[in-house]
Write a protein that binds this ligand. Structure first.
Ligand SMILES: [Zn+2]
Length: 439
């Protein structure tokens, strides 16, 4: 559109009139609400769409789901694809959505600030159980543009040497991390409930007491705080930011900016997208992002290196430590490897451990190929397993459609569905930390 006509329009009216006049021809209209489009596509076509900056998700057989508004569907049609409506992205808000606390959004999801206050209050209320750590900074904080510290909490019934960022402290460790993909909203909430279950439950719940008497539980509830800020800035229409807020690469705009922090880890980095605006952009180099550095530094600070350097070197059966990274969606428990279709040298043990997790949440246990259907390099769980030998898996929380499906499930789904299903799996992970490969 010519700038001359734009300025003439701007003289006529601002706001809704301008928006309605521009409506059908512009490509990034706020009013063009994103939905999931089902798009028949081969794996090669899916990769091409990803690299072209489309927001491509795992689909059903022979298809992918592409997130976007009508303008995105029109672009897909222009490229010869046949998008059809699959499901909404935004779900119905709970009835009380307008009377929520200021530090929540989209029906109750907590902001980064709320998570930070939560960790502070848990540590203050339970000094015998909880220790809060700053493990690094977000990209924006590092740039002096606001941003956040990356925060962790360690929970255990403290004895001398416990929760001291030591690889040699006595208790085995379970590390839970969430919301490294900012828009995967349910995951940070699950981390919140897990922290409360342990800290508040210690006095009354025999299982919580048993876990904290024997285990260090480390939790990073918000692994990508800058990204979550962007998501929350949409309020009741959360923005679909997945990556971090690093906007220095590629001239990307909107929620296409950033580096995918779950493709930027240093173990086997380099097999994912080199297109800066792609949702799976891996960054310019391994571990380039401060959030990834923080997570890897934490992992190296609490887990000893228990595995050899070869792809086929198993973690020994005596290895300790469990790790779960929470993502959504798919109802999957994804076991290593991510970077290759080959199974890991601990495959049989992972399938046993995965089956125990699945006894609680009912998710499908398998490798990338067996679950989501695509390879991933530079993921956090490939790092903690490959580099350190920690028994590490990804949970993909929730299904692909319906009120409790997709990236933005209705907030009430957290307590009605996700937490009841996954509480037992997290308990299993904590109990397995002492001998995860001897299940
Ligand atoms: Zn994810």
């Amino acid at each position: 559109m010519a700038s001359r006509s734009l300025s003439r329009l701007a003289l006529v009216a601002a706001g809704t009139l301008l928006a309605s006049l521009l409506g059908s021809s512009a490509t990034a209209q706020p009013a063009d609400t994103p939905v999931f489009w089902r798009v028949p596509a081969t794996a090669a076509q899916a990769a091409a769409l990803t690299n072209a900056g489309f927001d491509v998700e795992e689909g059903d057989a022979g298809s992918v789901y592409v997130v976007g508004g009508k303008a995105v569907a029109a672009r897909l049609q222009g490229l010869g694809y046949r998008p059809s409506f699959y499901d909404t992205v935004y779900k119905e808000l709970p009835a009380q959505a307008n009377s929520l606390a200021a530090d929540t959004f989209y029906g109750g999801y907590r902001t980064v600030t709320a998570h930070e206050a939560h960790l502070t209050s848990v540590a203050a209320a339970h000094p015998d159980l909880a220790t809060k750590y700053t493990i690094g900074q977000s990209w924006k904080k590092q740039q002096g543009q606001g941003g956040h510290d990356i925060q962790a909490i360690c929970l255990t019934k403290k004895q001398t040497g416990d929760c001291t960022l030591s690889t040699t402290s006595k208790k085995p460790k379970f590390f839970l991390m969430a919301q490294i993909h900012a828009r995967e909203l349910s995951t940070g909430e699950l981390a919140w409930r897990w922290i409360d279950y342990l800290a508040d439950g210690y006095a009354t719940d025999a299982t919580a007491k048993s876990i904290l008497d024997t285990t260090e539980v480390w939790v990073v509830p918000i692994s990508n705080p800058d990204g979550v800020d962007i998501v929350a800035s949409g309020g009741n229409s959360p923005k679909l930011q997945r990556k971090n807020a690093n906007n220095t690469r590629g001239g990307c705009s909107g929620t296409n900016i950033g580096i995918d922090l779950n493709r930027n880890s240093t173990f086997k980095w380099g097999g994912d997208s080199n297109s800066p605006c792609a949702e799976t952009y891996q960054g310019a180099s391994a571990g380039s992002e401060p959030e990834v550095k923080a997570l890897e530094t934490l992992a190296r600070s609490i887990f000893p290196d228990q595995r050899g350097t070869g792809n086929n070197d198993p973690a020994p059966t005596s290895a300790k430590g469990t790790m779960i990274t929470l993502h959504s969606y798919g109802n999957d428990i994804i076991i290593p490897w991510g970077f290759t279709q080959a199974t890991s040298p601990n495959d049989a043990q992972y399938r046993k451990l995965g089956a125990k997790y699945a006894a609680s949440n009912g998710y499908l246990v398998g490798t990338n190929e067996e679950t989501v259907g695509y390879d991933t390099s530079g993921t956090t769980d490939d790092f903690t397993y490959g580099e350190l030998g920690v028994a590490s898996v990804t949970f993909e929380v929730g299904g692909s459609s319906g009120t409790c499906g997709g990236f933005l499930p209705r907030y009430t789904c957290v307590d009605s569905t996700f937490w009841p299903k996954n509480k037992g799996a997290l308990i299993t992970a904590a109990k397995a930390a002492a001998a995860p490969y001897q299940q």
